[in-house]
Ligand binder design. Structure first.
Ligand code: 5RP
Length: 225
């Protein structure tokens, strides 16, 4: 097992019969889906899942998991997902893809939000390696960009893969990919983005993770909130 699969396998052990389990998006989340499905098949676990993306819902169904709509749920028991960056105080950067609205909804709705990643995701500051994805109401993208530039941010609207139009997120938003000055840390960044009108959601997950499982060459470190 590689490190991503190892932490996903460990997280799948947290599933219990009767649980509603949220499925993240990405390669590590895919391993979690596979191991969850294996436990269901091997042990007869009675679980329902809810997916953070269409691709994860497709994967879960193809593995034999029952997938329910988020619209039917008020809360969930467990959410397991990867991350692009993780700090030692369990702040995360997520949403390199286009599904962060659903990812944050499920992470907040879960009694337990478990992050699974390999050691390459550890950083000392959110924004150290990746740009911050920010989903905006389409008509407001220029105003939001201008507001963020006043705080020293630099970046632009995300284009689609063919670079011939703007990218549209799974939620129907435009996405700004922004870089912030190195002296703006996770808490301040989260507050700024939460308080800027026109932003639908952003990739900074501050104070949400319950636990992070980090794998490093076959060993797992557990970081708790
Ligand atoms: C998608 C995410 C993923 O969890 C993040 O990009 C990590 O992906 P991977 O597990 O493939 O390294 O936030 O929106």
């Amino acid at each position: 097992m590689n490190d991503k699969e190892l932490v996903a396998f460990e997280a799948a052990k947290l599933a219990k019969s009767g649980m509603v389990i949220g499925l993240g998006t990405g390669s590590t989340a895919n391993y979690f889906i596979e191991h969850l499905a294996k436990r269901q098949a091997d042990e007869g676990l009675k679980i329902s899942t809810v997916a953070s993306s269409t691709i994860s819902a497709m994967k879960a169904k193809s593995c034999g998991l029952k997938v329910v709509s988020i619209a039917q749920l008020k809360r969930i028991d467990l959410y397991v997902d990867g991350a692009d960056e993780i700090t030692h105080n369990l702040s995360l950067l997520k949403g390199r893809g286009q599904d962060l609205v659903m990812e944050k909804l499920l992470a907040k709705a879960a009694d337990q939000f478990i992050v699974v990643a390999d050691k390459s995701k550890l950083v000392s500051r959110i924004g150290e390696k990746f740009i911050i994805p920010i989903e905006v109401i389409p008509s407001a993208w220029q105003m939001v960009k201008h507001q963020l530039e006043k705080h020293g941010a630099q970046g632009d609207i995300r284009l689609n893969a063919g670079k011939d139009n703007v990218a549209i997120s799974a939620h129907g938003s435009y996405v700004l990919d922004m870089q912030f000055p190195a002296n703006i840390y996770d808490e301040a960044l989260n507050t700024l983005l939460n308080n800027t009108p026109g932003i639908v959601e952003h990739g900074v997950f501050y104070g949400i993770a319950s636990q992070v499982l980090i794998a490093d060459n076959g060993n797992i470190e557990v970081m708790s909130a």
